[in-house]
Design a protein around this ligand. Structure first.
Ligand code: GLC
Length: 538
């Protein structure tokens, strides 16, 4: 373990998120696996991504698909063996792709031996949050992010805290032994050569120990009330000192509940804690599919975060991930043009872009028709609570389909064959979207006009420092249809003009009408076609 000067490769890289369960099933059991990822490394290399972030691969009962860890230093047998993981790290290294692992460190599975010990009043009792009930009811009014009280009881009647599902018990970070155990787990993987971590909901690990009621638990998710707890900075500085400072690695915090001002402290190079965070302002914009959404507010998020974090700290752009509907179903119309326009937006910011698997093909939401096609624990809770409130089956199902995270989790569409080339099994853990017959990686790799070809081109463009480091300026923040911004670096300037509507709009006078560098559609230069993305200058 050597002390390495921290490089900034993660600023220049595009990060590609893999949801291992849905990427590629190499052993034919209907579930994606590590050998499947190894098989597809050449695909990632060809696309041009420098970092692959894997959603959790650690041992887990998979109630929340790995975000419920039962052993931080074991590979989930569903995904393969430790030897497979080591081979993946090695094969990725040969291709200059760094592997970032996702670690859910705010909570463990209730099947983790630590929790089993704690609930039996063993020596790890204090590793979790236990409280007495209030007259038999929960100790405080916190509502879990997935719905229902944030407290459940073990057999002896004790209440334990869980910000998420009742199978995900919150670790007590006040206890130094807990922190040491997580540091040890991180070092275990870094010593095997991984390039860093994505720290799941890291902004809520520190809690006010008195766990007071929140004023009004209803209107906002719990993390808005409790994120950025009193010892968060201390815990992160300690983690930096004990772990990250000793490796050439990146620490990316998932950061619900913080604004740019608080976030900028977390990524301040003068007082290092994390390298990047990803905020929830875009995550929280989850328009009902096909419904209208506030484009001006959407654009403001980009400027606010660019100004708030600026070039000193560093931003990320996460518009889509495994927790959200597909990007082109949310902010586009599912067409290849809208997918290209949205990829342009993601890939042309002063920030590290995150591409969620399948977005580079323009994959869209799934046509779920029955509840048993859905696996997502949050969606199932939503359905149950909606029924308990008296909603009809149809209304409860409609609500569930609108919010379920499974839209993003349907298997990757590799080709037009059965199961989209994802798996040779007779059944896959989630159905493959039937549109794989036409929308798939193989077809798009042949086609120079495909969404994938567009994504690859834009990723390559980021080799020019203008696109990585160039200053960002929104040229028309109040425009309700277009997002037009400049990027400027060492005297060079480029303009990106995006039409956020499915109807043509006149090209504004401040965008030069001369031959563009890139354009996702043909047609008159004095108009921006529906969902057009145009880059001028540079
Ligand atoms: C994060 C993950 C999400 C998970 C939750 C609880 O938000 O992205 O998938 O359910 O944390 O770990």
């Amino acid at each position: 373990m050597s002390k390495t000067a921290r490089a900034d490769w993660w600023k220049k890289s595009v990060i590609y998120q893999i949801y291992p369960k849905s990427f590629r099933d190499a052993n034919g059991d209907g579930v994606g696996d590590i050998r499947g990822i190894i098989e597809k490394l050449p695909y990632l290399k060809d696309l041009g991504v420098g970092v692959a972030w894997l959603s959790p691969i650690f041992a887990s009962p998979m109630i929340d698909n790995g975000y419920d860890t039962s052993d931080y230093t074991a590979v989930n047998p569903l995904f393969g063996t430790m030897a497979d993981a080591e081979e993946l790290f090695e094969e990725a290294r040969k291709r200059d792709i760094r592997i970032v692992l996702d670690i859910a460190l705010n909570h463990t599975s209730t099947q983790h031996p630590w929790f089993v010990n704690a609930s039996a009043h063993g020596d790890k009792r204090d590793w979790y949050w236990w409280r007495e009930g209030r007259c038999g009811a929960a100790p405080n009014n916190w509502q879990s992010i997935f719905g229902g009280p944030a407290w459940s009881q073990t057999d002896d009647g004790s209440f334990y805290l869980h910000l998420f599902d009742k199978s995900q018990a919150d670790l007590n970070w006040e206890n130094p032994a807990v922190r040491r155990a997580i540091h040890d787990a991180m070092r275990f993987w870094l010593d095997k050569g991984v390039g860093g971590f994505r720290l799941d909901v890291v902004t809520v690990i520190s809690k006010e120990p008195d766990l007071r009621d929140v004023i009004d638990p209803r209107p906002a998710p719990l993390y808005r009330h409790i994120a950025g707890g009193p010892r968060l900075h201390e815990f992160l500085r300690e983690m930096r000192r004990e772990v990250f400072a000793h490796y050439d690695c990146v620490a990316i915090g998932e950061a619900p509940g913080v604004d740019p001002e608080r976030a900028s402290k977390l990524v301040d190079p003068a007082d290092p804690m994390l390298d990047m965070i990803y905020h929830f302002d875009l995550v929280a914009m989850n328009p009902i599919i096909g419904g209208d959404w506030d484009r001006v507010a959407f654009k403001r998020i980009f400027s606010t975060w660019d100004k708030g974090i600026g070039p000193r700290g560093w931003n990320s752009v996460v518009v889509s991930n495994h927790d959200l509907g597909r990007i082109s179903s949310r902010f586009g119309d599912g067409s290849p043009e809208s997918a290209k326009m949205l990829l342009t937006l993601v890939l042309s910011q002063r920030a590290t872009p995150f591409i969620y698997q399948g977005d580079e093909l323009g994959m869209i939401n799934a046509p779920f028709a029955t509840l048993d096609e859905i696996d997502d624990v949050w969606a199932k809770t939503t359905y149950r609570l909606a029924r308990e409130k008296g909603l009809s089956e149809a209304d409860a199902f409609a609500r569930t389909v609108a919010m379920t995270r499974d839209h993003a989790r349907t298997p990757f569409q590799w080709n037009a064959s059965a199961n989209g080339g994802f798996s040779e099994a007779s059944r896959t853990w989630l159905n493959v979207n039937p549109n794989h017959a036409t929308l798939n990686a193989a077809a798009q790799t042949e086609d120079v006009n495909s969404v994938r070809a567009w994504a690859k081109h834009l990723i390559a463009l980021r080799e020019d420092p203008l696109w990585v480091f160039g200053a960002f300026e929104d040229l028309a923040p109040g425009d309700p249809d277009l997002f037009v911004y400049a990027r400027e670096h060492q005297g060079r300037r480029a303009i990106v003009a995006l039409n956020l509507r499915d109807e043509a709009k006149p090209l504004p006078a401040y965008v030069p009408a001369h031959a563009p560098l890139l354009r996702n559609v043909d047609g008159a230069l004095d108009m921006l076609a529906p969902w057009e993305a145009r880059i001028v200058g540079a």
